[in-house]
Design a protein around this ligand. Structure first.
Ligand SMILES: NC(=O)c1ccc[n+]([C@@H]2O[C@H](COP(=O)([O-])OP(=O)(O)OC[C@H]3O[C@@H](n4cnc5c(N)ncnc54)[C@H](OP(=O)(O)O)[C@@H]3O)[C@@H](O)[C@H]2O)c1
Length: 317
């Protein structure tokens, strides 16, 4: 059977790389748009067998280029998302205007399916600009193109993430680790391959649900996550609750950095639990396997953060 062509925006990120592997192994060709082929080309081209991946360099807002890419696509997956605003990369441009533009193209070019990555918990986080922009983007897409599946995951982790790896970097360095809201906010971390294999099934099994929430098998507070990571890298650290007024001041300073560790908008988001809402169908309602356990998966890569680095590696099945 002639392979279908899946156009992916944001393919070089954590979820994108995993998704390319899952799709191309299952006879789906991928076209990936990247802003910088020199920086991201190598990471991208090693994810697929020859002939299954085309890499195109360009801006996501280049309408003529995007139109051309749509004319050859059967399916589109949008993974472009930001956690903080910088210059023209505003939440409105990235989470509302861009999805609006490509969902209209999905309709014009009569695509089979449009899969859009949103996030869990955005309906409750009314004071976060990030969350509200994601919500507005979802609405625009659903108005433009009915054959859309919006994927709303809790926090996604893997060896390629900016979550467990960044936390382990900090936990290794800092003797005292600040926690916000007493570390009580709940998450259901989902393993990246579990999520991307499910996205592949959304495409191949022709799933029609408009919104699906995704969560891993465990519900954990932020403090539980830190304690599990500390256990995994064999370190003891003091987890110190930080008053929110001081957290806001430090976030203001971080916001001046090119890649802030935390922003005031993220602080707002952290107030809200990031677990299944019960308002929409979830991965548990479909034939998806999202059962990887946080500790088991993290233990497979955390040994590099231990004192002895690679020499501390215990055998992991
Ligand atoms: N990771 C999580 O825990 C998580 C949780 C919930 C929801 N999500 C959502 O899932 C999607 C994918 O997440 P991810 O973790 O794979 O993201 P990521 O690692 O940050 O990758 C996003 C990709 O988008 C591309 N991009 C294109 N134009 C961009 C622009 N103007 N600004 C920033 N990036 C741009 C980048 O690729 P190039 O540099 O190659 O252009 C980048 O690699 C996002 O929409 C995110 O909001 C993620």
């Amino acid at each position: 059977m002639k392979p279908k062509n899946c156009l992916i925006f944001g393919a070089s990120g954590q979820i994108g790389r995993n998704l390319i592997r899952s799709l191309t192994k299952n006879n789906i060709k991928v076209t990936a748009l990247t802003r910088n082929i020199h920086q991201k080309g190598y990471i991208l081209k090693t994810q697929a067998n020859p002939g299954y991946l085309e890499i195109v360099e360009g801006s996501i807002f280049d309408y003529e280029l995007t139109k051309k890419l749509f004319s050859n696509a059967d399916i589109c997956v949008n993974l472009v998302g930001i956690l903080f605003e910088k210059g023209k990369n505003t939440f409105n441009n990235i989470h509302v205007e861009f999805p609006k533009m490509i969902s209209k193209l999905a309709s014009i070019y009569k695509l089979e399916k449009f899969v859009h990555l949103s996030a869990l918990g955005i309906e409750s986080a009314e004071d976060s600009i990030y969350a509200q922009s994601k919500l507005k983007g979802e609405k625009e897409i659903l108005d433009n193109f009915g054959r859309t599946v919006i994927v709303r995951p809790s926090i996604v982790y893997s060896v390629d993430d900016n979550f467990t790896t960044q936390l382990m970097n900090l936990l290794r360095l800092l003797p005292i680790f600040p926690i916000y809201y007493n570390g009580r906010t709940k998450f259901s971390p989902i393993y990246c391959s579990d999520l991307t294999n499910s996205i592949r099934k959304i495409i191949t099994d022709d799933i029609k649900e408009n919104i699906i929430e995704f969560a891993g098998p465990e519900e954990m507070s932020f403090k539980d996550i830190l304690e599990k990571l500390l256990l995994s890298i064999e370190k003891k650290r003091l987890l110190l609750p930080m008053p929110i007024s001081i957290a806001r001041m430090t976030a203001k300073i971080f916001e001046l950095l090119p890649k802030p560790l935390i922003t005031n908008d993220q602080l707002k988001l952290l107030k809200y639990d990031n677990v299944l809402s019960g308002k929409h169908k979830s991965n548990n309602d479909f034939d998806f396997d999202c059962s990887s356990r946080f500790e088991d998966e993290v233990n497979k890569y955390s040994y590099m953060w231990k004192n002895e680095g690679e020499y501390s590696k215990k055998k992991v099945n």
